[in-house]
Design a protein. Structure first.
Length: 577
């Protein structure tokens, strides 16, 4: 008869390290040590106005790369927490949805420079005499380039959960809380992971703006790859720009191998389909973690603790089984809140109009509106062209999981490639061939944001159930008919997420694309972005306020009258199941 072993002994035997643990422990502890050392460098004494040491010596790039990567990771953690709360409230509480979604449109429309100019003084005041305040301002700026895309993705996924799965959860009498954790969040995980990758890439795109912070007319350049790039452009050092490109490539490869590839491989188990796909993405790090006995046991601890919390939660009484909108925000209070919101919006618009008119006059206001129309035309044309190119490419990659794994790092590098590094080449070509600035600077607006479309289309295509693919083949759907009846409706919700984010990102990118510099050479195209960039460099607050307000109006109008209508169509008629 086998002797009885106490649970503690069984657990201790399960925690005994094996050879896989020996291979994984140095990697984990090495990463943690680097993160701890880099975090300590952020907490240092500092007085505003004192220039921080910054050099173009390539030997300093590994240190700068570590500082930038830590800012990206901190901003990604904040973005994920914000996404889970904000998207859940917007998708589950109709009364709050009417407020949160327009507010999300406003947040997406505010340029990063606008967030920095508003928040940097507050962060510095929180940590007087310490560099941590400036670091928090930089992290917040990166957060604003990541959070909106992730929030839009999760909201879209929660709104398009297949109806048969919702009905199944109702048959099993799952509470709303359990349905979220058991069904809705797992359904959204694949798309959220891909958008996390795109958000980090977007953070690299805006890394120059986030690490060069202006306070009271003084520019603070934090140690990082973004500041290195800005200094290289200022000093016209092509060799330093080449080193910066290699550094960004190294960072993308590190993020891909150590973070995103394991996440993509792990998220494959949440893919919505009845028949498992023949090919699945793989990750050597995830394989190590699954085979390492100590880490496998440690990974079960949070799950066990969370199950205990869920089991300890009391069941909701029958009298509270009303919809969330009814018990959280009654209909009459909803109407009052909408009235208050409209009054606040009209009051804000009126205050800005009076302030701007008194400082600038109506002639300049109409001129800025015209500049906004020019930039909007550029964005519409560029998004249409990018969709024609990247939708077929994204579908081709997404339907081939092994190919998606191979091209994942390449796509991340292209998406993360800072457009500022292309400025020298663009400026020299425009000046040498005497090209039209209004036309040839326009592609810079979509160069960094077109990848939102590609990433989301790849995510949507890879999430198409294999049984539906087989059914489409058995029914003889080929050519345009297959695209029209199966592929385009299947990827349309994911494409909309990418198109909305790419559109909003292009408005942000217009600030750096319509006014490009290389040393003393300055090229300016007519548009709202160049207006805001020039006003920011001059420290002209009334013009900054006018430019940001007009950009918000244009972005919100596009989101409300175009994207939101298409999004509702996708949620109501083009969901799978």
């Amino acid at each position: 008869m086998r002797p009885f072993l106490p649970p503690t002994i069984a657990v201790s035997q399960d925690l005994r390290p094996n050879l896989w643990d020996a291979a994984l422990l140095p990697i984990v502890f090495g990463i943690l040590a680097l993160m701890a050392w880099g975090a300590l460098q952020m907490d240092a004494p500092y007085d505003v106005g004192t220039p921080l040491p910054l050099s173009l010596d390539p030997a300093n790039l590994p240190y700068y790369l570590l500082r930038s990567a830590l800012r990206m990771l901190a901003a990604l953690g904040l973005s994920l927490g914000f996404t889970l709360v904000y998207a859940l409230l917007a998708a589950k509480v109709p009364a709050l949805e009417r407020v949160l979604i327009p507010l999300l449109d406003i947040l997406q429309s505010i340029p990063i420079l606008g967030f920095l100019s508003i928040t940097v003084a507050g962060f510095i005041a929180l940590f007087p005499g310490n560099l941590l305040g400036v670091e928090c301002a930089a992290i917040f700026a990166i957060f604003t380039s990541q959070a909106w895309n992730m929030t839009t993705s999760l909201y879209q996924s929660l709104r398009t959960v297949p109806t048969d799965l919702i009905e199944a959860s109702a048959m099993f009498h799952l509470s709303p809380w359990r349905r979220f954790w058991r069904l809705e969040l797992p359904f959204a995980v694949p798309g959220l992971v891909w958008n996390m990758m795109m958000s980090v890439s977007g953070g690299w795109f805006f890394v120059v703006a986030s690490e060069a912070i202006t306070v009271s007319g003084q520019t603070i350049m934090l140690p990082g790859v973004g500041s290195y790039i800005a200094l290289a452009i200022q000093e016209r050092d092509l060799a330093a720009i080449g080193y910066a490109i290699l550094a960004v490539l190294a960072a993308i490869l590190a993020y891909d191998q150590l973070f995103f590839r394991p996440l993509v491989a792990w998220a494959e188990k949440f893919k919505f389909e009845q028949n498992a796909g023949e090919e699945a993405p793989e990750s050597w790090l995830l394989t190590l973690m699954q085979r390492a006995r100590f880490f496998r046991a440690a990974a079960r601890l949070p799950e066990g603790m969370w199950r205990g919390v869920l089991n300890a939660m009391p069941r909701r009484p029958q009298r509270l089984r009303a919809s969330a909108s009814e018990w959280l925000l009654p209909r009459w209070l909803d109407a009052v809140w909408n009235g208050v919101l409209v009054a606040m919006l009209l009051g804000a618009v009126g205050w800005v109009s009076i302030f701007v008119h008194s400082a600038l006059g109506w002639a300049e206001i109409f001129d800025v509106l015209w500049r906004g129309a020019v930039t909007a035309t550029r964005i519409v044309v560029l998004i249409a062209l990018a969709s024609l190119v990247w939708v077929p490419v994204g579908v081709w990659i997404g339907l081939r999981p092994r190919m998606a794994g191979r091209l994942q790092a390449v796509a991340q590098f292209l998406a993360a490639f800072p457009t500022n590094l292309v400025f020298p080449v663009v400026v020299m070509l425009i000046v040498h061939f005497q090209l039209n600035v209004e036309v040839w600077t326009s592609p810079l607006m979509v160069l960094g944001t077109q990848w939102y479309i590609l990433f989301n289309v790849i995510s949507g295509a890879s999430s198409l159930p294999s049984d539906l693919r087989d059914a489409a083949g058995n029914l003889g759907l080929k050519g345009w008919l297959r695209w029209k009846r199966f592929i385009l409706p299947g990827i349309f919700p994911a494409y909309l997420t990418g198109a909305i984010t790419a559109s909003c990102g292009s408005w942000n990118a217009s600030i750096v694309a319509e006014l490009v510099t290389w040393g003393d050479t300055r090229l300016e195209a007519t548009g709202l972005g160049s207006y805001i960039a020039a006003a920011t460099s001059d420290g002209d607050f009334p013009r900054i306020a006018l430019g940001i307000a007009v950009m918000c109006v244009y972005v919100m109008s596009f989101n409300h009258f175009v994207w939101r209508r298409l999004f509702n169509l996708a949620a109501e008629r083009l969901r799978i199941g």
